[in-house]
Design a protein around this ligand. Structure first.
Ligand code: OSB
Ligand code: MG
Length: 374
């Protein structure tokens, strides 16, 4: 395909409520979007890097720099026919997976439009709906958390994930379990614990959690495998899994029994599909994580979740939980059964509200075909 232009934009989007994790609070998102124009079609990608490099080493600013200086010019110099060619085109750039995914996912969107199929169909999706859970940030009090859980369960969500950290864990789990003995409940520590907390983490077993997500270091497999031996509860890895080899190592070492798969964290659809296939073959369930995405990233997450091994409810939930007004049309809706219907129209399946995008844009840069000077 010919690439006519890559347009990068930074949008400022306030969250409808702050989102607090063990590493900090997010109130306003700085969303980086890539629009790729090709032969009359437009593909969109969203960068899932945070405002600060706290979840991963990337941030909105490092990704912007990488896209303008390296990845954008590489793509215009060697336009791919298929999204699956992007990892090869970007191979010389180490890491920077969220920046790479921004462009790769836009190419997959373009490819699906060109082929006249939905993104879910293009990647081999088999589901028509996806089961949804919610990720609840750390709240000011346990009472407030209970109120939020009540609302989310009433809305139909199938699984509640509680962000936790030392001092915000067992008391909360106990109260929640006493009130709702049978719900699907899990927790996510975002690396807030150390191996010396192992006895404390073993006490989580009393609450029948579906999983404990990323209890230890963001770059670790070995100590998670030591911890998993002591826990009845399944460990789920998020931050640690950067690619298929990491997934294989974690499975081999029994560092986890479940994997949270995120498109940006692994560099885009190609690697996400490779991890999906590897976990399917080995009987390790996956689910789709979220990174407080706008509608564009959300649309890609929905397509990814159509794959066979996405058997557990993910963190991909309704637009209205994050945004007063999403930048896609229609916005993402969740049924009273806690499901999102996967669109079957060509490409990402949600229109981009370009006027709204333009109004929210605070920074814009167009990358055209030009020689890379090395
Ligand atoms: O660890 O899954 C995580 C949000 C930002 C960074 C990391 C994580 C999260 C979430 C929110 O849990 C998921 C969502 O609702 O988008
Ligand atoms: Mg997580």
């Amino acid at each position: 395909m010919r690439i006519d232009a890559i347009i990068l934009r930074e949008l400022h989007l306030p969250l409808v409520r702050p989102f607090e994790t063990s590493f900090g609070v997010t109130r306003n998102r700085r969303v980086l979007l890539a629009e790729i124009r090709s032969e009359g079609l437009t593909g969109w990608g969203e960068c899932t890097a945070g405002e600060r490099p706290f979840f991963s080493p990337e941030s909105t600013d490092t990704a912007w720099q990488m896209l303008v200086q390296e990845l954008g010019p590489m793509l215009t110099a060697e336009p791919p026919q298929h999204g699956g060619e992007c990892p090869r085109i970007f191979r010389q750039v180490r890491g920077n997976r969220m920046a790479k995914a921004t462009l790769e996912n836009a190419i997959w969107d373009l490819e699906a439009q060109r082929e006249g199929v939905s993104l879910a169909q293009l990647i081999g999706g088999v589901r028509e709906t996806i089961p949804c859970g919610v990720s609840l940030g750390i709240q000011p009090s346990i009472e407030q958390t209970m109120e939020v859980i009540e609302l989310e369960l009433a809305a139909g969500y199938q699984r509640i994930k509680l962000k936790c950290k030392p001092g915000w864990d067992v008391d909360l789990f106990e109260k929640v379990r006493n009130r709702w003995p049978d719900i699907m409940l899990s927790c996510d520590a975002n690396s807030a614990y150390k191996l010396r907390d192992a006895d404390h983490l073993v006490s989580f077993d009393a609450f029948d959690l579906l999983m404990i997500e990323q209890p230890l270091w963001h770059d670790d497999f070995y100590f998670h495998s030591m911890l998993q031996k002591r826990l009845a509860t399944s460990i789920c890895l998020d931050e640690s899994i950067r690619n298929r080899r990491d997934a294989l190592a974690a499975i081999e070492m029994e560092s986890c029994k479940i994997i949270n798969l995120k498109l940006g964290r692994v560099g885009g659809f190609s690697e996400a599909i490779a991890i999906h296939n590897a976990t399917l073959e080995r009987g390790i369930p996956v689910w789709c994580g979220g990174m407080l995405e706008s509608g564009i990233g959300r649309a890609h997450n929905i397509a990814l979740s159509s794959l066979e091994n996405f058997s557990l409810p993910g963190d991909v939930s309704a637009s209205a939980r994050y945004w007063a007004e999403d930048i896609i049309e229609p916005e993402v809706l969740v049924s009273s059964a806690g499901e999102i219907a996967i669109p079957d129209t060509p490409g990402r399946g949600y229109e981009v509200r370009t006027e709204l995008v333009e109004r929210l844009t605070v920074r814009k840069e167009t990358i055209r075909d030009f020689e890379l000077v090395c």
